[in-house]
Design a protein around this ligand. Structure first.
Ligand code: MG
Length: 392
């Protein structure tokens, strides 16, 4: 077997997913494809390929606001989309580390890209400077007249190749490409290299690496996805349950859902003792059978003394992110005698939603008293029960 050439490193990927999707009546990158947002398929393929030191995801500024946290938790860098594809590409590239030796630019609307194709394109770019995947054109292509009413010419099919992404570049080729850009917009930036007389290698791809542009493409992509991953489990909603209790002590701040509640006592613990965040994190980890927060933050670890429980929530989201799991819904019940929490419901929900980067409509926080019974009833402790649903 021939030895595989070592690819230059570091390597960066830029996934463009900021298009307005006018032909699909909205942002197509977030349409559901076989149980998850379209863009997530290529994001996961790039991350799982292990071929890149960093992956930059270009999203509309609105999407960065609403979904950025989840993608950041998966380890992605984020960049805002511009008004044109070329502007989005520039924004994405400016987030790439300056030392990157090889850069892959992928269209987030091509969910069926494979790690094998990415690797072949990177290898060809390492050799030739720039490489794009392509397939022979299946249809006969005619050039229409100016009005689009009559055929003006038939193009020789054997000379035609339909190009796809990822388009891969050595850093110098990419610099030349950007240099050649003249303010125009291009659906395929590699043409700038051809115009500058620089080589662009064509890498043999297959017809399954389709671009989802119209509603029927989505159906085709879904069918292809199912045929490619026959035994693969579809994502399902899973549930997890969490419970926590902490003692109350005089002179400590009372932190619940990551926010401070005025009270003469606060919860005692290695961290800030936030029983809500602790029980919600345990429920989220439970939903994917990934243990509980004590595994990641053992009480014997002195470096966690006094940390904010928001850090524990961030770690939990990282664990979930690595499994491709998303929290869909949280329902938490705090058991406390004092203070009365009803006036804080809105604030607690908003704070909990902000910690887990979720819409507030999917987050519920409520409280019950213990009717004066037992340790909680006497105001010596506070507990919390949480149920979390996760798509995994
Ligand atoms: Mg705890």
């Amino acid at each position: 077997m021939p030895r595989e050439a070592v690819l230059p490193s570091p390597r960066s990927a830029v996934i463009l997913a900021g298009g307005r999707g006018e032909r699909m009546g909205g942002e197509k990158q977030f349409l559901d494809l076989a149980g998850k947002p379209l863009v997530l398929w290529s994001v996961e393929t790039f991350l799982a390929s292990g071929l890149f030191d960093e992956t930059v995801l270009v999203l509309s500024p609105e999407r960065i606001k609403s979904e950025g946290g989840r993608f950041a938790a998966m380890g992605l860098k984020l960049a805002p989309a511009g008004a044109t594809r070329m502007e989005s590409l520039r924004n994405g590239l400016s987030a790439v580390s300056p030392g990157a030796a090889l850069i892959a630019v992928h269209d987030g609307a091509r969910p069926l890209v494979s790690a094998a194709l990415i690797k072949r394109c990177l290898a060809a770019a390492a050799e030739s400077g720039a490489a794009v995947p392509g397939v022979p054109v299946k249809d006969t292509i005619k050039r229409a007249d100016a009005k689009g009413e009559f055929a003006a010419a038939t193009l020789p099919r054997s000379e035609l190749t339909a190009v796809q992404t990822p388009q891969c570049y050595r850093r110098a080729a990419l610099a030349a490409l950007l240099e050649a850009a003249d303010g125009g917009d291009y659906t395929d930036e590699s043409q700038l290299l051809e115009r500058a007389g620089l080589p662009v290698r064509l890498v043999k791809s297959d017809h399954s690496n389709i671009k989802v542009t119209t509603p029927e493409d989505l159906l085709i992509a879904e069918a292809l996805m199912k045929s490619k991953t026959p035994g693969k489990k579809e994502k399902t909603v899973r549930f997890g349950f969490g419970y926590d209790i902490h003692r109350l002590a005089e002179g400590r701040p009372l932190i619940l859902c990551g926010m401070k509640i005025p009270h003469s006592k606060g919860l005692l613990g290695h961290s800030d003792g936030d029983v809500v965040l602790h029980s919600v994190c345990d429920a989220a980890l439970g939903a994917i059978a990934a243990g509980e927060i004590g595994i990641f933050f053992p009480p014997t670890d002195l470096t966690i003394m006094g940390i904010s429980s928001v850090a524990i929530a961030e770690k939990t989201m990282e664990v979930l992110g690595k499994r491709g799991a998303l929290i869909r819904q949280i329902d938490a019940t705090i058991v406390a005698e004092e203070p009365k929490l009803k006036p804080h419901y809105d604030g607690l929900r908003k704070s909990l939603a902000a910690v887990f980067k979720m819409p507030v409509e999917d987050v519920s926080v409520k409280a019950k008293s213990r009717e004066g019974l037992g340790d909680i009833g006497k105001g010596e402790a506070m507990a919390c029960y949480a149920v979390v649903s996760v798509l995994a």
